[in-house]
Design a protein around this ligand. Structure first.
Ligand code: UDP
Ligand code: MG
Length: 318
């Protein structure tokens, strides 16, 4: 008899003691009818309340549950990475532990995986009860990010996704420190498919993302996926050089008209010219820094993949 395929569900948690038992039950309910051996791998991101004790007890009483404890709070992306590094299932699902990534969707993700997709990415369509500020800032952030980034990052993309083991091994090769996992997954390639969902409100507790954490995460998304900000000074410099040329014409004209204070024309032209040159040179430095930046990240140069056709019913070019 063939053995079951294995699925590892990775869940980073930070002060989620009230959510852990409820979430564990919901995952068990979703997995019970399915023919998989699953492990629910919690990564405790340095929780300061009861989470550790709750996780230890849950792991003692439930053979499906494992927990890893980080030495302090490293942040959601680092905790997620730790879980992905330690997940040995044939498929790995990452999700939040607060029920905002509904466990009832798990069977759909697994069904798409069975059709041959390597990465099943959920897309958050709306979040119930979220402030208009968070909704709008997220929407415009992704628009801006896509404009300047080298890979497409889906608006509403969440860290709720399923990855085939092959894609997981690929993702593990990305070792950059300031990470924005959504951007990396977008850059991986493989056969990807999207599943929209509506995120409900948290089951218990409050969001663990302070404005500061959110801003840092947003900045990592830009700095990690784009060198356009480094180029900005080059373009501003170019513009102001062009401006100084136009100004030169204007000043000469005024000079002939005799409307100017002596010395004014020279000063204005020199200021515009040198301002422009300096910014352009900074922009050139920026280009080199951009190259250094890409090198020090040490991302893999390419990823290969085993040939395996998609199931007839699900073939789709992504
Ligand atoms: N989380 C974490 N470390 C942190 C912040 C959050 O592991 O420093 C976990 C948190 O426990 C939850 C998931 O990451 O399981 C998503 O966090 P949260 O629900 O607070 O984010 P939101 O849904 O408000 O964006
Ligand atoms: Mg949440």
């Amino acid at each position: 008899m063939p053995t079951n395929k294995t699925v590892t569900i990775v869940v980073p948690v930070y002060n989620e003691a009230e959510n852990i038992p409820h979430f564990t039950r919901a995952v068990a309910d979703a997995m019970a009818p399915l023919p998989y051996d699953y492990t629910l791998l919690f990564v405790d991101d340095g929780s300061r309340e009861e989470s550790r004790r709750v996780l230890r007890e849950t792991a003692e009483n439930n053979p499906h549950v494992r927990a890893i404890y980080l030495s302090r709070n490293y942040g959601h992306q680092a905790a997620l990475t730790c879980g992905i590094d330690n997940a040995d299932g044939d498929a790995v699902i990452t999700m939040d532990g607060d029920m905002q990534h509904p466990p009832v969707l798990i069977p759909r993700l697994l069904a798409l995986w069975e059709q041959g997709y390597d990465i099943v990415q959920t897309i958050r369509e709306t979040t119930e009860g979220v402030s208009p500020f968070k909704r709008l800032s997220s929407k415009y952030y992704y628009k801006a990010l896509n404009l300047i980034s080298e890979v497409t990052i889906q608006p509403g993309g969440s860290d709720f996704r399923l990855m085939d083991r092959e894609a997981v091994l690929a993702l593990r090769q990305y070792r950059e420190h300031d990470r924005f996992i959504r951007g990396i997954v977008g850059a991986l390639g493989f056969r990807q498919v999207q599943v929209p969902f509506v995120a409900p409100e948290r089951y218990a507790g409050t969001s663990k993302f302070s404005l500061k954490k959110m801003a840092k995460f947003a900045l990592n998304g830009i700095l990690g996926n784009s060198i356009v900000p480094l180029r900005i000074s080059f373009y501003i410099g170019l513009l102001s050089l062009l401006f100084s040329v136009a100004l030169f014409g204007h000043v000469i004209f005024e000079e002939f008209e005799g409307d100017t204070v002596p010395g004014w024309s020279t000063l204005v032209i020199l200021a515009a010219f040198f301002g422009g040159t300096q910014l352009m040179v900074l922009g050139i430095l920026g280009e080199y820094i951009g190259h250094i930046f890409r090198e020090v990240k040490g991302r893999p140069l390419y990823l290969t993949q085993k040939e395996r056709p998609l199931d007839e019913s699900g073939r789709k070019d992504v």
